[in-house]
Design a protein around this ligand. Structure first.
Ligand code: SF4
Length: 371
């Protein structure tokens, strides 16, 4: 019989079949700075392109070069491979130079009927805030024109409520992970986040409510205190690495990544101008490597370490991801000053052979857990 977790993660695993059954136009997005609310308000179905099925990167590398991060190459490979035949359009964002190139190649070669490139400033200040508000207004105008649909404030407000509810429910789940007596695997949690970004939010919210109710009825799921680990860094989705950590007797209790806690943090205020509220929420997320303020990102990491009682950090950087990799020396020093050990892992998006990494992770954790 299906578990309640599987009931939710099916929304991701079966998303291609599920999305095909829906009539509303579908929009693919990649960065968590993309305002899903605008699409929901326009009656569109926004879903995150995850690059999980872009295993053969030959064609994508031919277009972009093999020194691109494998997340970008895998996403392009999905586009070139026609994985999303129902997709009406894409909205990409300049998170980094590689994603900019991805947008250009996608538009010219996958040829979506609709495309929009959102420009997000790298520094957080008042001019940047104003600029991003302008960008969001341009996006709205562009969607209204292409889909011949008026996005009213009332529709935006409804979409804000829907997405805020997902954030609140996910936050409840993450808050439970702060306790030593509750455990849900990190792989399951990442899959739950992916289900939330699969475009079927109402369904997702209902299914997550059922899971939370079930968890609350149990005082304690039998978990004992274990060494508490946080994953930080690039887009990360590798169950082999998580299994290795968990088999060592440690628990991954927080993912400081875009398909983890960064996706659900904060809420959009329900009063005031909804366009400005949406723009400001995304603009101020500010915990991603693309933001030039590394200290702000480190403070965000330290807050998570305190909140979740983290004892070790595993910092994952996709190969060729300069934005994440260049921050690492700073984080390493600052974490050492705070007594938090960190292991750097460089890897690929869809890597299955992790034997070498396994040994490094085991050695790192052994010295922390048994010394
Ligand atoms: S992993 Fe790094 S290089 Fe790749 S898309 Fe993300 S920020 Fe850009």
């Amino acid at each position: 019989m299906k578990t309640l977790v599987e009931n939710i993660t099916d929304l991701y695993k079966n998303r291609i079949e599920l999305l095909k059954t829906k009539d509303n136009p579908k929009i693919g997005w990649i960065s968590i700075y993309t305002p899903e609310e605008i699409f929901y308000a326009a009656g569109l179905i926004p879903f995150r392109i995850t690059g999980e099925q872009g295993i053969d990167l030959t064609d994508a590398s031919a277009f972009l070069g093999s020194n691109f991060c494998s997340y970008v190459l895998s996403c392009l490979s999905e586009g070139l491979g026609g994985i999303y035949p129902f997709m009406e359009g894409i909205v990409f964002l300049d998170s980094c130079d590689m994603r900019k190139r991805l947008y250009e190649v996608w538009v010219h070669n996958v040829k979506p009927r609709y495309s929009f490139f959102l420009e997000l400033p790298k520094a957080i200040n008042q001019p940047g805030r104003e600029y991003f508000r302008l960008q969001i207004r341009k996006l709205i105008t562009s969607i209204e024109s292409h889909f011949d649909y008026k996005i009213s404030d009332v529709l935006l407000q409804k979409a804000i409520d829907l997405c805020n509810e997902s954030r609140r429910l996910l936050k409840e789940l993450y808050d439970m992970r702060k306790s030593d007596t509750f455990f849900i695997s990190s792989t399951a949690t990442i899959n739950i986040i992916k289900a939330c970004t699969s475009g079927l939010k109402e369904e997702f919210n209902e299914r997550l409510k059922q899971l939370l109710l079930f968890i609350k009825k149990q005082d304690n799921n039998g978990t004992k205190k274990k060494h508490r680990v946080m994953i930080s860094g690039s887009y990360f989705d590798n169950s082999g690495i998580i299994d290795t950590i968990e088999k060592m007797g440690a628990h991954v209790v927080c993912e400081d990544i875009s398909n983890g806690v960064k996706y659900l943090e904060g809420e959009i205020p329900q009063d005031g101008d909804p366009v400005e509220a949406i723009a400001d929420y995304y603009y101020e997320k500010g915990s991603c490597a693309r933001i030039i303020d590394t200290e702000r990102r480190f403070n965000h990491m330290m807050n998570l370490i305190k909140e979740y009682g983290i004892e070790s950090v595993i910092y994952f950087s996709l190969k060729f991801c300069d934005t994440n990799f260049m921050d690492f020396p700073y984080f390493k020093n600052k974490l050492a000053q705070n007594g938090i050990p960190v292991l750097l892992i460089e890897g690929e998006q869809n890597m299955t052979n992790i034997e070498n990494l396994r040994t490094r992770i085991q050695t790192f954790l052994e010295t922390r857990m048994f010394s």
